[in-house]
Ligand binder design. Structure first.
Ligand SMILES: [Cu+2]
Length: 169
């Protein structure tokens, strides 16, 4: 009698363990697939900070307008130590960014949706300005207001930003 009980219990336990292992395996596979999905969904873009652009423009971000998704990363790659990327208009609750003037590529991850306006500090006056749209343009009105204010400090190539902003949808 007691022997049967022991046998039944161990069989039951064995069965549960086997199920448990299967569930654990399925769970681990699901987790690793989700992890791979997260990794591959977050894209990486490069913006070049150049003294002479592809079309012979001077002091320019290439591309000047970039649309990305929430969670994506942008590498700001300066041609030399005279260029950087510093935000001056950002969506509500977004983090501002500022890359150093050291000639090295700098990574910035964008976790908050909206439009970001940024400048190269030494060449903002020459219209070295850029627009990054992350997801939906939730702050377009504020972006335009900030740009109108900033515009007064730009001497040449200010129309670039107006052109970039035409891409915003
Ligand atoms: Cu510059």
């Amino acid at each position: 009698m007691s022997l049967i009980c022991v046998r039944e219990r161990s069989l039951l336990e064995y069965g549960l363990n086997e199920n448990g292992e299967i569930y654990m395996k399925k769970f681990l596979v699901a987790i690793s697939l989700a992890f791979v999905a997260v990794l591959s969904n977050a894209a990486e873009y490069t913006v070049n900070l150049v003294t002479v652009g592809a079309g012979n423009e001077s002091m320019v971000f290439e591309p000047g307008y970039l649309k990305i998704s929430k969670g994506d990363t942008v590498i700001f790659a300066p041609s030399d130590i005279t260029h950087n990327a510093v935000s001056f208009s950002i969506p509500p609750n977004a983090k501002s960014f500022s890359t150093p003037l050291d000639g090295k590529p700098a990574k910035v991850t964008f976790d908050t949706e909206g439009i970001y306006l940024y400048k190269c500090v030494p060449h903002a006056i020459m219209g070295m300005l850029g627009v990054i749209q992350v997801g939906k343009p939730v702050n377009l009105k504020q972006t335009k207001a900030d740009w109108e204010k900033f515009k007064a400090t730009v001497v040449v190539n200010k129309e670039r930003v107006d052109e970039y902003l035409k891409n915003v949808k």
